[in-house]
Design a protein around this ligand. Structure first.
Ligand code: IPE
Ligand code: IPE
Ligand code: MG
Length: 258
């Protein structure tokens, strides 16, 4: 049996277990482990990020196939500026290149691209222009909303929202007591996107690293040891099966009792 048929047999086995009635609407991913993946292979960190790019493509394709309407990936955090300049510059170039090269395919396959984060702070001008072009050219697509968290920090997002609220209130356009948990999201970068149901972290760490702090309040968290460049459809299917085994209680009682 060839490797290919082995892989698709596994995929079929996983797909057969999937409950189509209990699919998440929104999956968020902390794409971690590019550095360790490269190190274990004697490759450069750059090659790790390059391989990570392929995993992003695979994941978009898998979400399209599975009919998952929202996918958000953590590409660069407000803390990642602490990395060596050569790595930061490489990541910026890689992002720009990926947006350039994938734009046609994204348009063709019905993907709407959104970007969350401080887009107008520190990022190279050429990257910002490319991002704006991709957002504009894919804005009518609805099959999959693919959100890239770029120069993103959960705390920065909440601070930016607090500033907007304060400015509106100071201008007399907003009553501070009209702000509720339900409408606060209108001030967040993710306005218009439902909160993630499932967050997957590759690379084995058990932390959020400042990702979507407000939005992940009740998401199911799954950490897997697989490094991001090795992530594929079967890994996604395994995470979905784990998600479906979980019982989401939102603070209430289980239907089966305590
Ligand atoms: C995640 O992989 C990619 C980014 C943060 C951009 P890392 O580069 O953090 O990989 P590890 O954690 O060092 O293995
Ligand atoms: C989280 O990974 C950020 C991204 C995936 C973009 P990090 O590698 O930066 O997180 P820490 O440093 O392990 O918390
Ligand atoms: Mg890391």
């Amino acid at each position: 049996m060839s490797t290919h048929t082995q892989i698709s047999a596994e995929e079929q086995r996983l797909l057969a277990q999937l409950n189509r009635e209990r699919m998440p609407t929104h999956i968020a991913i902390i794409m971690d482990g590019n550095g360790r993946w490269a190190q274990e292979r004697g490759l450069s960190v750059h090659q790790g990020h390059q391989a990570g790019r392929e995993a992003v493509k695979r994941t978009i394709t898998a979400c399209l196939q599975l009919g998952i309407p929202y996918l958000t990936v953590y590409a660069f955090s407000t803390e990642n500026w602490r990395r060596p300049a050569s790595e930061v510059n490489f990541l910026m170039k890689l992002l720009e290149q990926a947006l350039e090269e994938e734009l046609d395919e994204l348009k063709r396959s019905g993907v709407r691209v959104r970007v969350i984060g401080r887009l107008h702070e520190r990022l190279p001008e050429t990257l910002v222009r490319k991002v704006q072009r991709v957002i504009e050219e894919t804005k009518h697509n609805r099959k999959l909303t693919f959100t890239v968290a770029l120069n993103y920090g959960g705390r920065a997002e909440i601070i930016d929202a607090a500033r907007k609220v304060a400015l509106e209130a100071a201008a007399g356009r907003l009553d501070p007591f009209s702000i509720t948990e339900e409408n606060f999201h209108e001030f967040l970068y993710t306005n218009g996107t439902p909160d993630p149901d499932l967050v997957i972290r590759t690379g084995g760490e058990m932390r959020l690293s400042n990702f979507l702090l407000w939005q992940l309040a009740y998401a199911e968290f799954i950490s897997i040891p697989t490094y991001w460049p090795d992530f594929d459809k079967n890994e996604l299917l395994r995470a979905l099966l784990e998600y479906q085994r979980r019982e989401r209680r939102f603070g209430g009682r289980s239907a089966k009792g305590p």
